[in-house]
Design a protein. Structure first.
Length: 438
């Protein structure tokens, strides 16, 4: 931070701390696109179908995995889910916010703004009793005053200011806020959202939708052209228009534009058909989905449906769960552990998301049966183990390994009549005795 320090207090450079913070990434970029506040980004979720499809899919799918607390079992060297853990209480004690709400709020907020806040409400004994999700546009991180001037400062954020749209305001100590973010490459305190990376394409998609709506509802180009070989008088034209209007309705766009005379002709510009909406929309859809890491086919977007057969839907969903959601579950579990579990217990207790019942993360029945069969055929596991893998009950007769004795080694220069050897099944106790003998 010494180079930052050198920028302050220089009369020649005349830079203020606000100037330096803007240089570090908090300034707004000029150009044809407007500046988007956190509030605007959140509003885009409800006002743009493309943004809503991606963010809602992430939020609802993320909520499928229950949040649990695990304790480390040193004897068996594994983590075990701890039922009725006191560290789950803050997530269940708030009467107005369910566990499912916490999970969906976290994704709606972080996908739109890059930041998710949980305000810790403590009881008189200083124990965290409730958690409240706070909209990111209500929260302002208060940076340490000596940022850039004192590299030995233990924190970047000193506190948070919460200010509602009704004007109520609180200053929250940094230890009373669970702050999860997607790291911003330009600074240490802000978050960079997928929405920020995709927002230009979302903005263009929104403008294209508005343009089409304006064209459809306000375009006054007549929809009917009647050509006559002989010229018509004013009364004839009026009668014809009246007859057509009775058939087509009273919409002004259905009013006929009448021309007459040989070779009479007129062309009208149709802005809706003169633009390549399909290609333009495909580009925006694919780029927005890429930013949110949601395969287009998973949210039913046309760019995904026309480029991937229905048979690929399952693979796309598995990719979405293993690549996108798995990272989110891990990120939030680590954040909750570091900010809700006492430091002295963090090697023994942790938060995690239980994905046991997420079918997209499990093998399907055919794959599981194939794997069990191969392992048994190779003599790696017993038949009882293979049955356990596929969910079938085993008996004592299944405690056997399978060995294929059909391979023979023949010295060079000699011949042997090769035949298929016997396929043998060796009971487990005999196998163990053989291994002990060897």
């Amino acid at each position: 931070m010494n180079w930052v320090k050198s920028l302050f207090g220089s009369k020649e450079k005349g830079l203020t701390q606000d100037d330096v913070l803007r240089i570090l990434g908090t300034g707004k970029e000029d150009g044809p696109f407007p500046a988007f506040s956190d509030k605007t980004k959140l509003a885009m979720i409800q006002n743009n179908s493309l943004a809503y499809a991606c963010v809602n899919k992430i939020a609802t799918s993320y909520a499928e995995a229950p949040l649990v607390v695990e304790a480390y079992d040193a004897t068996n060297d594994r983590w075990v889910i701890q039922k009725d853990s006191p560290y789950m209480q803050p997530f269940v004690m708030n009467p107005h916010v369910s566990e499912n709400d916490y999970k969906q709020y976290s994704q709606l907020h972080i996908q739109a703004t890059g930041k998710a806040y949980l305000w810790k409400w403590r009881s008189d004994d200083k124990v965290v009793r409730e958690l409240w999700p706070v909209p990111p546009h209500w929260v302002t991180p208060n940076l340490v005053e000596s940022l850039g001037l004192a590299p030995d400062s233990p924190r970047v954020i000193e506190s948070f200011t919460i200010k509602t749209e009704q004007g109520k305001e609180w200053t929250v100590p940094v230890d009373d806020m669970v702050y999860t973010k997607f790291p911003h490459p330009m600074n240490l305190w802000d978050g960079l959202a997928p929405m920020e990376a995709a927002i230009r394409h979302i903005y263009l998609d929104q403008k294209a939708t508005e343009y089409k709506a304006e064209s459809v509802t306000s375009l006054a180009t007549p929809g009917i052209v009647v050509k006559t070989r002989k010229a018509m008088g004013p009364s004839q034209k009026a009668d014809l228009r009246a007859a057509l209007r009775r058939k087509t309705g009273t919409d002004p766009r259905a009013s006929a534009f009448l021309i007459s005379g040989d070779e009479a002709s007129i062309d009208f510009i149709d802005p809706l058909s003169s633009f390549d909406w399909s290609t333009y929309g495909d580009i925006d859809e694919s780029r927005v989905c890429a930013c949110f890491q949601v395969p287009p086919i998973v949210v039913g977007l046309w760019v995904g449906l026309k480029n991937s057969p229905w048979s690929n839907t399952g693979e796309a969903k598995r990719w979405f769960y293993t690549s996108t959601l798995a990272g989110l579950w891990q990120s939030f579990a680590d954040s909750y552990t570091s900010q809700l579990i006492p430091p002295e217990l963090q090697g023994q207790i942790r938060y995690c998301f239980d994905t046991t019942d997420i079918k997209e993360l499990q093998e399907d029945e055919d794959q599981r049966a194939e794997r069990a069969g191969k392992l048994f055929d190779r003599g790696v596991i017993t038949r009882a183990m293979a049955k356990e893998i596929i969910g079938e009950e085993s008996t004592d007769d299944d405690m056997v390994y399978k060995y294929n004795a059909s391979t023979m080694l023949v010295p060079e220069g000699e011949s042997a009549e090769m035949g298929m050897g016997a396929l043998t099944e060796i009971p487990l106790d005999e196998q163990l005795q053989t291994e002990e003998t060897l």
